[in-house]
Design a protein around this ligand. Structure first.
Ligand SMILES: [Zn+2]
Length: 98
């Protein structure tokens, strides 16, 4: 079972997509979907005699250079490639030197 599917969170695909876009500022640069983004991260797993499972309380580590792919169109790149470029200039800081 994949715990990150939209239906598990009680959202439809559009809500999920919007949530990822807003929360992470990421979407697929090719097909613009945000509800099927996968990032390769470093996770801690607990070993069992017959296998292992992710230790969900442990930190999940990933950054801009982590491999990232789109489950919708199979585009692959790094997490940075999936960051939505900010539109327009960053707002000017107030209180500059005079
Ligand atoms: Zn895509």
């Amino acid at each position: 079972m994949d715990p990150y599917r939209p239906e598990i969170w009680g959202m439809n695909s559009d809500q999920f997509s919007a949530g990822v876009r807003e929360g992470w500022g990421m979407e697929c640069p090719k097909c613009k979907t945000a509800d099927d983004i996968y990032v390769e991260a470093t996770v801690t797993i607990r070993l069992y005699p017959g296998g292992h499972e992710a230790h969900l309380c442990a930190e999940t580590i990933w950054n801009d250079t982590s491999p990232c792919h789109c489950g919708n169109c199979a585009f692959g790149g790094t997490a940075k490639d999936f960051k939505i470029p900010s539109t327009g200039e960053a707002p000017e800081q107030e209180g500059g030197r005079r």
